[in-house]
Write a protein of this length. Structure first.
Length: 320
């Protein structure tokens, strides 16, 4: 009898999902290049039919290609969501076999935003490996996932290096419930319903219609903090220093411009344990330099290097 096909691991499935997204993205880029000026006319026509933007905002979107309310993106890439949905449904049995969630348990809702979040996360974290997990994390490490979202980074870590302890911080309830479901199969994962900041207490979390960019009132953002945000919620805020007892080996932060605040809240941890720091610095032009200066003011032995266009790694060269 022929043997049944082996069940793919989560890592393999998410890598293939990211690979599919990359192929689709490259096809779109080639199409835009071939159209040339006609593509600009196409965008102008689509913008003209969007009441959410005034004419001044429409011209700004056309000039900068920044779409803060994601209205143009959703309109022009509706075909993308159809392709992603078709791919997702085609592999639905595989997703179920590894208990992979794109929506909270008990919810059957799989809209465009859930699909976009799922596939872009798979593309960046599994296909592109933007955090260089195997190079920066070792068995036995204690890892902080600041801005856990739906758990993609933490899944990537656990799928590659099971013997780590994860502390995951996600203040937004919808994303946190998905992350908790995705991470339930792994041991030594601790989920915190809180934002990371510079002090313990409460904070205002701006809820966006883009589920990957919910943001505190952060000092480093390169967009209008009111565009695309639908409400403000009060959430708990914790610090790494006051929450995690003992050593920390790696701190990953992607918290939409509040990275410096979280680093201030980890000052003692950085001084005592010199963890590797993986920091998103895409939120303002000056953020990279500000982060490097802040970390070096805590410990001058840290040396920076860019992992990619958006993520900075700092590692201490001092004695351990």
């Amino acid at each position: 009898m022929p043997s049944s096909p082996a069940v793919e691991s989560r890592r393999d499935l998410l890598y293939r999902a990211g690979e599919f997204y990359e192929a689709m993205r490259r096809t779109e880029l080639a199409f835009k290049e071939k159209l040339g000026p006609l593509h600009t006319l196409y965008l102008l026509k689509q913008l003209a039919q969007l009441p959410v933007y005034g004419w001044r905002d429409k011209l700004s979107v056309l000039r900068t290609r920044q779409d803060p309310r994601h209205a143009l993106t959703k309109r022009t890439f509706s075909h993308r969501y159809e392709l992603l949905a078709e791919y997702y449904e085609r592999h639905a049995q595989s997703w179920r076999s590894v208990e992979l969630h794109t929506a909270p348990p008990g919810s059957s809702r799989l809209g465009p935003e859930a699909l976009r979040c799922f596939f872009t996360g798979a593309h960046e974290i599994f296909f592109q490996d933007i955090y260089q997990v195997e190079d920066l994390i070792r068995p036995g490490d204690v890892v902080v996932d600041g801005g856990a979202n739906v758990g993609m980074f933490s899944m990537r870590v656990k799928e590659s290096i099971p013997d780590v302890v994860l502390h995951c911080f996600e203040p937004e309830e919808h994303n946190r419930n998905i992350a908790a479901a995705n991470l339930a199969r792994y041991q030594d994962v601790h989920m915190f319903a809180a934002a990371l900041g510079g002090h313990e207490g409460k904070a205002n979390l701006r809820i966006s219609n883009n589920s990957q960019v919910h943001s505190l009132d952060a000092p480093e953002v390169d967009f209008n903090p009111h565009d695309g945000y639908t409400e403000v919620r009060t959430v708990a805020m914790q610090t790494i220093d006051d929450t995690i007892a003992g050593k920390v080996d790696v701190i990953k932060l992607d918290i939409e411009g509040a990275e410096q605040l979280a680093l201030i809240g980890a000052k003692r941890t950085i001084a005592e344990h010199r963890p590797t720091l993986i920091i998103a610095v895409e939120h303002s032009p000056a953020q990279k330099d500000l982060v490097v200066a802040l970390v070096r003011s805590m410990d001058s032995t840290y040396e920076p290097r860019m992992l990619n266009e958006f993520n900075l790694c700092l590692q201490s060269k001092g004695p351990s």
